[in-house]
Write a protein that binds this ligand. Structure first.
Ligand code: PLP
Length: 435
């Protein structure tokens, strides 16, 4: 008999986590695991940062709630906005606070539409995203998500959401092409999509700088610069979804800087509070902010916001998170540790059952090849995951790609531990397959 609070989609009891310390978590059976994926790519400062607990407690005692709505806000939300403006990789006009990556992306899509509407272009409503992109599960973010299982049964998308090819260097349709040729092919196809649907109907393009849940896809060099030319040519806004990559994971505060992007809007969540409390920030560039502000001045309202926008306790934790990230130079630490992870993962390149190895900052992926093992797609990933868990390492599998996204405070010694346990899991799966 399953408990009533068992997640809706499960028909077996869930793995219950009860405690955390450093980069490890303990389950209800009392077993400790190294968390190789930081919760959901998100617990950047690990599970026992006392400063975040103190920040939450102090704020709870001072003012547990007053959100940002209508003409009222709170001092902490204002201070967090100023903190974010200081580190923003784009000239930021305003920041909008929400509670999750999904609502940040829904907000960004609404802002893009409002931007066009306020300038007399109400027909610009469509959003282009990638086939393998992940932007969340709410109506708009889920519609922009390109993973079929997110759509299944929910009646999402419709005519306003279009998908461009996944910018995957291993895309079967671009097999045999050089990197340059592949970028040409992707960009040509992207522009054809825009032209076919009518540029005058497109509001925005949304993309992760590195595509996480789609299987850690690192677009080919030069891809975004060329896409940007298409966007500029057709007056389409660019929303960079930095929900995974924001606040240090790539070795820069934002992947926008690491990859030289020029987004109009950046969405962020997860690492903003090291996930200690739910909070998202949508960074709205100056150009869009000005139009939004002028539009709402003229009609006297801007009908978007949540009860918990700018929640003071979440904002206090986010402020402290950013203070720690800056004081300890977490992006610099990532730059030091990342090559260690990269070297360890590179050892799997060309190994039996392995199709590809990818890494960027503290993001890594080992893609298994079901064809080599005559396995169903996704099966090898699940097998490695299960054995890794038995060996005390939590990872995630996106299809056959096993991903690594440890807390950013991980040390080189702990990276070794992750790699050792992963190697042992791989060896076990390989041995079992050979039997
Ligand atoms: N965008 C990206 C890139 C994500 O990886 C995620 C979640 O994993 C989201 C958006 C959605 O965030 P949330 O689950 O907080 O709604």
């Amino acid at each position: 008999m399953l408990e009533p609070h068992t997640p809706l989609y499960l028909d077996t009891p869930p793995h219950v986590i009860t405690e955390g310390s450093g980069i490890e978590v303990r389950d209800a059976e009392g077993r400790w695991y190294v968390d190789g994926v930081a919760g959901l790519w998100s617990v950047t400062l690990g599970y026992s940062e006392p400063r975040l607990v103190r920040a939450a407690t102090e704020q709870m005692n001072r003012l547990p709630f007053y959100g940002s709505f209508n003409h009222r806000t709170n001092d902490v939300a204002l201070a967090l906005a100023a903190d974010i403006a200081e580190i923003s990789p784009i000239p930021m006009g305003r920041v909008f606070f929400g509670n999750s990556g999904s609502d940040a992306n829904d907000s960004a899509i609404k802002f893009a539409r409002y931007y066009h509407w306020a300038q007399g272009r109400p027909e610009r409503r469509k959003v282009i995203s990638h086939h393998c992109g992940y932007h969340g599960t709410t109506l708009a973010a889920g519609s922009a998500t390109g993973l079929p299982h997110i759509h299944h049964g929910f009646g999402l998308a419709g005519d306003d959401f279009l998908s461009a090819h996944c910018p995957d260097p291993l895309h079967p349709a671009s097999r045999g092409m050089s990197e340059e040729e592949q970028v040409d092919w992707l960009v040509r196809d992207f522009e054809n999509l825009v032209l076919e649907t009518g540029p005058e109907t497109v509001a925005a393009f949304i993309s992760e700088p590195i595509l996480g849940a789609g299987g850690l896809i690192i677009p080919p060099a030069g891809y975004f610069a060329r896409i940007q030319e298409v966007l500029d040519r057709h007056g389409i806004l660019f929303i960079a979804d930095e929900v995974i990559t924001g606040y240090g994971r790539t070795g820069q505060m934002f992947a926008t800087t690491a990859l030289g992007l020029r987004p109009d809007i950046i969405t962020s969540a997860k690492g903003l509070s090291s996930s200690y409390l739910p909070v998202s920030a949508t960074l709205v560039g100056e150009r869009v902010s000005e139009v939004l502000a002028e539009g709402s001045r003229q009609i006297g309202t801007f009908g978007h916001g949540f009860t918990y926008s700018g929640h003071p306790v979440a904002a206090a934790v986010a402020r402290e998170t950013l203070a720690i990230v800056r004081e300890r130079d977490i992006p610099g630490h990532v730059c030091e540790v990342a090559p260690h992870l990269a070297r360890g993962l590179e050892k799997f390149r060309g190994a039996e059952l392995v199709r590809d190895v990818r890494h960027y900052g503290l993001l890594g992926g080992v893609q298994f090849d079901p064809e080599q093992a005559d396995a169903e797609p996704g099966r090898l990933g699940q097998e490695v995951l299960e054995v890794a868990k038995q060996r005390g390492l939590l990872l995630r599998a996106m299809g056959d790609t096993v991903v690594f996204a440890p807390p950013l405070i991980i040390t080189p010694g702990q990276v070794d531990e992750v790699l050792e346990r992963f190697t042992a899991a791989y060896d076990d799966v390989l041995a079992a397959r050979r039997r």
